[in-house]
Design a binder for this molecule. Structure first.
Ligand code: SF4
Ligand code: SF4
Length: 177
């Protein structure tokens, strides 16, 4: 099992439903977000298009945030979700410095926080909250190890990329172009 998210940049309209759903589902404190929207202009005038992406922790297969954690609070779970054990976290912020995607933030209660792929929902067979509320259905969640899963089929049939591949982190978030 390798959990992954595939996001169709041609369908995202930047409505931020995913951001609001995540904050609500995960009780994210004011002033912070576990997911966010970015915009990139592609092409050259006059053939330009605005690419809108819903971004979050990439649940990297080679995660520097895990390797640098001095207490073992940051870890990979079975299925590849990168998680933080609140009770083990001392709030040193080493993981925040190590993450090339700026995907973590210091929770006011003193621990590092970030996207969990809504592991509590995934455990009972539901999609992450962001995926479940997207009005254009631009986000897909599933198992990369299952060739018949929607995420696997999309990655076979569509051009895609990951963010900062040069960082060597091997993200589990893929953007369809
Ligand atoms: S995106 Fe950042 S926080 Fe998430 S697994 Fe990768 S390095 Fe760690
Ligand atoms: S802030 Fe917490 S999770 Fe991050 S490196 Fe320090 S102890 Fe580990």
């Amino acid at each position: 099992m390798r959990h992954a998210m595939v996001i169709d940049t041609r369908l995202c309209v930047g409505c931020m439903n995913c951001v609001v759903a995540c904050k609500t589902e995960n009780d994210v404190p004011d002033g912070f977000c576990r997911d966010w929207i970015t915009e990139t202009v592609r092409g050259a005038f006059p053939h330009v298009r605005l690419e809108i992406r819903s971004e979050r922790c990439n649940h990297c297969a080679n995660p520097p945030c895990v390797y640098c954690c001095p207490t073992g609070a940051s870890h990979q779970t079975e299925g590849g979700i990168v998680a933080v054990s609140k009770e083990k976290c001392i709030g040193c912020k080493a993981c925040m410095a190590a993450c090339p995607y700026d995907a973590r933030f210091p929770h006011p209660d003193g621990y590092a926080s970030k996207c969990t792929f809504c592991s509590h929902r995934v455990a009972v067979g539901d999609d992450p909250a962001c995926v479940s509320v997207c009005p254009t259905h631009c986000m897909h969640f599933g198992d990369l190890d299952d060739p018949s899963s929607e995420v696997s089929r999309l990655l076979v049939s569509r051009a895609h990329y990951t963010l900062l591949p040069e960082a060597g982190t091997r993200p589990h978030l893929f953007f369809l172009t």
